[in-house]
Design a binder for this molecule. Sequence first.
Ligand SMILES: *[C@@H]1O[C@H](CO)[C@@H](O)[C@H](O)[C@H]1NC(C)=O
Ligand SMILES: *[C@@H]1O[C@H](CO)[C@@H](O)[C@H](O)[C@H]1NC(C)=O
Ligand SMILES: *[C@@H]1O[C@H](CO)[C@@H](O)[C@H](O)[C@H]1NC(C)=O
Ligand SMILES: *[C@@H]1O[C@H](CO)[C@@H](O)[C@H](O)[C@H]1NC(C)=O
Ligand SMILES: *[C@@H]1O[C@H](CO)[C@@H](O)[C@H](O)[C@H]1NC(C)=O
Ligand SMILES: *[C@@H]1O[C@H](CO)[C@@H](O)[C@H](O)[C@H]1NC(C)=O
Length: 323
Amino acid sequence: MINSILTSLFYFAALSIQNGNTVGGYANGTAGNALNALNFPGGLSLDYNGLIYVSDFNNNRVIKLQEGSLVGSIVSGTGVSGSSASQLSSPAGLYVDASLNIYVVDTFNFRVMLWHRNSSSGNRVAGTGSVGTSSSTLSYAGGIVVDSLGNLYICDAYNHRVMKWLANATSGILIAGTGMAGSSSQQLNMPYTLYLDESNSYLYIADGLNHRIQRYDLRYSMNVTTVAGGNGPGTGSHQLNTPIGVYLSKKTGAIYIADSNNHRIQRWIPGATHGVTIGGLAALSGNNATLLNQPRYVSLNLNETQLYVTDGSNNRVQRFQLI
Ligand SMILES: *[C@@H]1O[C@H](CO)[C@@H](O)[C@H](O)[C@H]1NC(C)=O
Ligand SMILES: *[C@@H]1O[C@H](CO)[C@@H](O)[C@H](O)[C@H]1NC(C)=O
Ligand SMILES: *[C@@H]1O[C@H](CO)[C@@H](O)[C@H](O)[C@H]1NC(C)=O
Ligand SMILES: *[C@@H]1O[C@H](CO)[C@@H](O)[C@H](O)[C@H]1NC(C)=O
Ligand SMILES: *[C@@H]1O[C@H](CO)[C@@H](O)[C@H](O)[C@H]1NC(C)=O
Ligand SMILES: *[C@@H]1O[C@H](CO)[C@@H](O)[C@H](O)[C@H]1NC(C)=O
């Protein structure tokens, strides 16, 4: 009797679909520009205190949220699109470092800005401000990560490459991709975001329009492995459809993926040939607590008990308990 109750509880837990909790924006999916609203959120970064930083793309600002309150504060940008040092124009990738400095990809200004903690303006640390394909220019960049030495890794999405900018450099070094869209192992097609596993020298890249996650061994630049997807766009558990966000568990090595056009979050354990859905329902978009609509960036909290996701077209940030 007890066994059968435990068994059915187990199946219930295993089969039940998890609901998300809204920790930023309006839970009903409506866009807005008040301090408790978001409009097409993208970049996401958690600091060591668990505060949540969100690039509020269409509101031209970065919002900081503390759980327990849905009212955020603006930590960079003014809310008005522009190219001055205090403004942003459609911020995308975001990285908050251990000193609480904010690196933000200022997409339509074709630059990366570094906002030192508490400052009211930023410094340009990558890009020239103009679109281009040279080693000093960016073309609609997406994700960014910063290593412990202050070097930047930038997904230069429309140039189909990932560039590494050494701290204080005036141009970048090609790290991944060739600059031409393609699907060979050395090419990328819209690399949207990335995750740096610095201790293992691996860079994980969400190779969006190749519907795969590529892992680059930074010690041997030609060593590239497809670690998730790569089976064409689709809703199968072996497939992805336009992955945007990618994040790695430091504890298990599992990869968490915002499988954007499938409106779901997938987890691929190391060596897996299939992923498991841990948020959203495959190919079904919506704005109730179960569903997502074009999830974009993902992040885990420090102790890896919670997963956060910018639910782009629902204009909110959702949190899922990791079980
Ligand atoms: C969504 O929620 C916000 C905040 O509660 C509210 O102002 C807005 O009217 C709601 N929108 C819809 C469509 O219900
Ligand atoms: C930054 O601002 C916070 C709150 O506004 C304050 O507590 C903190 O001391 C400031 N830090 C620095 C380095 O100025
Ligand atoms: C980069 O430049 C800043 C300001 O000039 C300086 O404080 C910092 O030490 C430099 N970083 C490196 C790695 O050279
Ligand atoms: C990467 O390439 C190096 C040099 O060719 C090789 O020794 C190593 O085993 C490769 N690693 C992987 C993971 O393929
Ligand atoms: C959300 O909608 C989906 C599809 O209709 C349904 O399966 C799910 O139970 C709904 N979730 C909630 C919390 O209502
Ligand atoms: C994990 O961290 C959160 C805060 O981010 C805290 O509330 C929670 O108790 C921690 N859980 C464990 C198991 O340490």
